[in-house]
Design a protein around this ligand. Structure first.
Ligand code: GLN
Length: 540
């Protein structure tokens, strides 16, 4: 691997065409994974054309989950794919939006850094974009993969596309590779795949001076040799650079395999003249073997506010799958709308599940349904994992139904509750801005010996990511412990409760942090692995 350390960093730009939601994030992550498995050091980055400074203040309906990094940045959910597929360290430099780019340029203008010049999209905004790309090209990094959000032809994407075009002029075309992900739809009426949308989309890119080097074609059906030749000819790429990425019904973790079958890793290595090792993806073959040959089958209910929206709990669902892989278990995940539990009752909606998970969230809607789901799991001894708001609801449930504190609540939802068992963090009391102001990012916690959490992690201290404003109210700590709540983890000085469990329950663990962000298909997160193991035991 050392042979690449002095070579100049190469850049791969991934753009998307025809329609959104083609899986650009997954494809970029898969490329990163393949290059790492050829012994290369990779950095991943996403540039988002929207004007929000970050997705932290966006509704999950708009944007899906907000993915939190160790350094506390609130980022696009594609970064979750990057972390699950690669070992590229992600930081605030891994995700920029138009909002951040403009904010930075405007701040420079206010400081007089442009010396009286008219500040313009070209060159000032494009320079700023190029500088955030170049930032990742540190010594020792072989390849930076930069994914451009949006679709070629969008007004918002233009400055980003212009910047990546210029980038090749700055560092040399031989050091850059443009990969365009496109759709080749199948038209039933004509019984054929259609290449015209791809031709148009590549036309858009060529119109602004970018000739894609590689086309990755998303398709329902296999491309024929004719289709490939047509795409190559009309889009001006070598035949070898027309890569098929057929829809994967079984698992997203199959994507890298189909790219390898089409020769993509070798094509990239050849085109960028990288000194790479032969591909070794044994660990991923093992993962697929486990996925295809489960020994158990269980079902888990995820009770949340946005159950109908799969992207809202993306990392939660992935982490459950990873725990399934670790436990050789096929898991049917059933999202359940917490509001529906309020209307139809927990018994009707939750009977028969082997485990219940309540994820994080904000806002009052559906809170009582979550509390009812937790009561159901507690009383019936069903394995339960509560995350962030899920832990806060578990504390509320325990206060009301075990300790007998009528009307106990979080002050987030009831300012006048007689028992604010969850209350605002002290550091939050004077905060007025909504963006980037929560308790965010990696924090260390110490675990209590003899608890499930300690057993899962097998260690005394852990570091997990946070994203919350409210916390367990220590005024109630002794009263709760006297009634059977176990404080299984706190921050290092003991002042913030991080993990609670129930003494009298087979497996009930609730955490203030977000363990789902650090789970990988090849390395399941310990709490998720323990939760699924407990669910398998219950099922047997
Ligand atoms: N709304 C709660 C808080 O801010 C929980 C946040 C979450 O679940 N991420 O503390």
């Amino acid at each position: 691997m050392g042979k690449n350390t002095t070579a100049m960093t190469k850049h791969i730009f991934v753009t998307g065409g025809v329609v959104s939601s083609l899986g650009k994030g997954l494809t970029s992550a898969s490329i990163g994974m393949l290059l790492e498995h050829r012994g290369l050091s990779v950095r991943m980055q996403k540039l988002d054309p929207y004007i929000n400074v970050d997705p932290g203040t966006m509704s999950p309906y708009q944007h899906g989950e907000v993915y939190v990094l160790d350094d506390g940045s609130e980022t696009d959910l594609d970064l979750g794919h990057y972390e699950r597929f690669t070992n590229s360290p992600l930081t605030r430099d891994s995700n920029y939006t138009t909002g951040q780019i403009y904010q930075s340029v405007i701040n420079k203008e206010r400081r007089g850094e442009f010396l009286g010049k008219t500040v313009q999209v070209i060159p000032h905004i494009t320079n700023e974009i190029k500088s955030v790309i170049a930032k990742l090209a540190e010594p020792g990094v072989n390849v930076v993969i930069t994914e451009i959000g949006g679709t070629a032809g969008d007004i918002e994407s233009q400055p980003f596309l212009e910047a990546i075009r210029q980038f090749a002029l700055d560092v040399g075309k031989e050091n850059c590779l443009y990969i365009h992900l496109t759709l080749v739809p199948y038209l039933k009426a004509a019984s054929e795949l259609k290449t015209k949308p791809t031709q148009h989309s590549v036309g858009q890119l060529r119109g602004i001076g970018i000739q894609p080097d590689v086309l990755i074609c998303r398709t329902e059906r296999s491309l024929s040799q004719d289709d490939r030749q047509k795409i190559a000819l009309f889009c001006n790429v070598p035949l070898r650079a027309v890569i098929e990425e057929k829809d994967k019904d079984f698992s997203i973790y199959e994507v890298p395999f189909s790219l390898v079958e089409n020769g993509l890793d070798q094509l990239i290595v050849d085109q960028l003249k990288l000194h790479a090792d032969p591909l070794d993806i044994d660990d991923w073959h093992e993962l697929m073997r486990r996925l295809r040959n489960p020994e158990h089958e269980i079902s888990i209910a995820v009770v949340g506010k946005y159950a109908e929206h799969r992207d809202a709990y993306k990392s939660i669902y992935e982490a459950i799958d990873h725990a399934g892989i670790a436990n050789r278990t096929q898991i049917r995940i059933q999202p359940i709308q917490s509001e529906q539990i309020e209307q139809e009752g927990a018994q009707r909606l939750l009977a028969g599940y082997d485990g219940i998970l309540v994820p994080g969230g904000f806002g009052e809607r559906g809170i009582e349904g979550k509390v009812q789901a937790i009561e159901y799991a507690r009383v019936r001894g069903i394995p339960f994992l509560g995350i962030c708001l899920g832990m806060q609801c578990a504390v509320i449930e325990f206060a009301r139904n075990v300790v007998g504190l009528a009307g106990a609540h979080s002050s987030e939802f009831d300012k006048n509750t007689p028992h604010p068992v969850i209350c605002l963090l002290d550091e939050q009391k004077s905060v007025v801005d909504k963006g980037g102001t929560m308790r965010l990012g990696a924090q260390t916690a110490k675990l209590t010996a003899g608890t499930h959490a300690h057993e899962c992690y097998g260690r005394d201290t852990i570091t997990e990511r946070h994203r919350h404003r409210y916390e367990f109210n220590n005024v109630y700590r002794q009263q709760f412990e006297a009634n059977g709540l176990v404080i299984a983890g706190t921050n290092i000085d003991g002042s913030l409760v991080e993990v609670v469990e129930l003494a009298d329950h087979p497996w009930f663990v609730a955490v203030q942090f977000h363990p789902e962000f650090k789970s990988k298909p090849t390395l399941a997160q310990p709490l998720f692995a323990g939760f699924v193991e407990a669910a398998v035991v219950r099922h047997m």
